[in-house]
Write a protein that binds this ligand. Structure first.
Ligand code: GLC
Ligand code: CA
Length: 567
């Protein structure tokens, strides 16, 4: 018997995703909040950049406690963003331009204003069991201090349980108290969510980004977890995720939700290692096409995200290499530095001073975009947008950062220290308005923006970047084009070089007779190439991309990176 022909790699192996945070992208009507007509007016910008897939953070009806990740109606568009007709128009406008549409579904929890939860609040209602209602801890008076059913903390600070005096019971919320967790163990809940998914499939979306999707697999019995001292996120994930159940529910979601359509899916998963990621993304299991994971984002964290640790390049490289190898044969990697939950990469691990901002933003892009996997770009990353200089905690809107600041200072942390941590890690760094041009409010709005524009917009903006062949934008565009052109980027093997080098990155990709090498200097000092132990002299190959011109062949300038190919 002859072996069956291997299937061709899926189209998204050579695709690049661009994430839009609608609130902060483009405001069409001057109310200070980005909206869907605003997005439509900027789609040609994305076409020029060359991306393939657009991921839209939630634009569904929502009280906006967590900027739309608290959905009160999965089938409605929040009026601040537009109407359902605008959403249909957006899908069509993307398709006309060859862009695929990825919507962001939050299926682990709803808003406390969702009709399901309002109904569930009534103890006798048939929807009581749609959420996790639990009595007080045995031996405790309901509502008394310490009476919460378990010691789990919410990711946004405080307990994960909210007391409801009417029914003298608690409901579970792993995020804000306005984001109650849905009980996926109840088949009626699952069916209602699958129906929601089918409804959007019928509207023509190409796939889903699924928010914290492995949290849907919860154990039947809830027990106290290990509490990390001084941590806002005090729950231990193994106590609240039943991994086997998560797999089972995600497979069911795929089967019942996608139907016979081939859609593209990205699941955000928490506390997942390479082995588990391989299972989630194994094509034979029909669960997810790729997962957004966190291990590489935690190199500057010491346990919880707010406990800062010095960044270590060797540690980052080791993690990336482990994921590159672990998902090489089975499964697939998503590749990212930035999204709406992360600070800006150029400020985080690059150097956002005027001298090195452009080169360091480009070099972090080179390192990411030449790996195996599907690269994600978060709005403004392609401009080298930086973190925001918050003067005080009052300027911070984000519920997560405010929750941390509250808990940390209540536990005795000095407010200036807490503010500095928020400046480094807070999510609002990513949420300041997209910087379109040098006009007032960066061209984002004609009104007052919901969150201040970064004052550096007069220099860092899309209009300037698009016009400048040496801009960060031009470099991203070149990297995206390479991804489309070179199969070695999507399908080549990966080998890390110089793993222990403190400030240099080097790796090889190989496909059939072809070889590609990436070298990068992640420091503000020159780096002699000999230090990177390359298996071949770079200049014998063709330099297909670089961040600098006219630098010495043997030495990388500060924050210089290059890509060489041998055919
Ligand atoms: C995900 C989202 C984040 C949100 C959280 C709760 O991590 O990316 O923005 O706050 O889930 O929905
Ligand atoms: Ca608006």
């Amino acid at each position: 018997m002859t072996e069956p022909e291997p299937l061709p790699p899926p189209w998204w192996h050579s695709a690049v995703v661009y994430q839009i945070y609608p609130r902060s992208f483009c405001d069409s009507n001057g109310d200070g909040i980005g909206d869907l007509p605003g997005v439509i007016s900027k789609l040609d910008y994305l076409v020029e950049l060359g991306v393939d897939i657009v991921w839209f953070s939630p634009f569904f009806r929502s009280p906006q406690v967590d900027n739309g990740y608290d959905i009160s109606d999965y089938r409605g568009i929040d009026p601040i963003f537009g109407t359902l007709a605008d959403a249909d128009m957006l899908i069509e406008a993307c398709h006309e331009r060859g862009l695929k549409v990825l919507i962001d579904l939050v299926l682990n929890h709803t808003s406390d204003q969702h009709a399901w939860f309002i109904e569930s609040r009534v103890p006798t209602s048939s929807k009581r069991d749609w959420y996790y209602w639990r009595p007080a801890r045995a031996g405790f008076e309901p509502g008394a201090p310490g009476a919460e059913p378990t010691n789990w903390g919410s990711a946004f600070g405080g307990s994960a349980w909210e007391y409801d005096p009417e029914s003298r019971e608690y409901y579970l919320h792993l995020f804000a108290k306005e984001q109650p967790d849905l009980n996926w163990l109840n088949p009626a809940v699952r069916e209602a969510l699958f129906e929601t998914v089918r409804w959007w499939v019928a509207r023509g979306v190409d796939g889903f980004r699924l928010d914290v999707i492995n949290l849907i697999g919860k154990p039947e019995v809830f027990a106290d977890g290990y509490v990390e001292p001084g941590s806002a996120l005090s729950y231990a994930l193994p106590d609240l995720i039943d991994t086997e159940r998560a797999h089972e529910f995600i497979a069911a979601l795929h089967q019942e939700g996608w139907g016979d359509k081939v859609l593209f899916s990205v699941g955000e998963v928490v506390g997942v290692d390479v082995e588990e990621a391989r299972r989630y993304t194994d094509p034979l299991r029909c669960e997810l096409d790729m997962v957004i994971t966190f291990e590489h984002m935690a190199v500057d964290e010491h346990g919880p995200k707010w406990a800062l640790k010095d960044f270590s390049l060797p540690e980052l490289k080791a993690i990336l290499a482990r994921w590159q190898h672990g998902l090489a044969e089975v499964g697939w990697n998503s590749l990212y530095w930035c999204n709406h939950d992360q600070p800006r990469i150029v400020s985080r691990w690059g150097d956002d001073s005027p001298e090195h901002r452009v080169a360091s933003a480009k070099t972090w892009a080179t390192i990411l975009h030449c790996l195996r996997g599907t690269p994600f770009i978060y709005q403004g990353e392609e401009l080298g947008m930086t973190n925001v200089p918050f003067a005080s905690i009052e300027e911070v809107v984000d519920i997560e950062a405010r929750g941390f600041f509250h808990d940390a200072t209540a536990m005795g942390m000095d407010p200036e220290t807490a503010l500095n941590i928020v400046r480094r890690k807070g999510r609002d760094n990513a949420r300041s308005p997209m910087q379109w041009d040098a006009s007032p409010q960066a061209g984002f709005t004609t009104g007052e923006p919901w969150i201040p524009v970064n004052p550096n917009y007069t220099e860092i903006n899309a209009a300037a970047a698009v016009a400048d062949p040496a801009s960060v934008w031009a470099h991203y565009r070149a990297l995206i084009a390479l991804r489309h052109e070179l199969t070695i980027l999507s399908d080549g093997s990966f080998e890390l070089l110089a793993p222990d080098h403190e400030r240099g990155v080097a790796y090889v990709r190989i496909l059939e007779g072809q070889r590609l090498i990436v070298v990068a200097n992640c420091s503000s000092e020159p780096l002699p190439l000999v230090e990177l132990d390359l298996p071949i002299i770079p200049e014998t190959g063709v330099r297909i991309l670089g961040t600098h011109e006219g630098t010495s062949c043997e030495v990388l300038a500060p924050w210089e990176s290059r890509v060489y190919v041998w055919t």
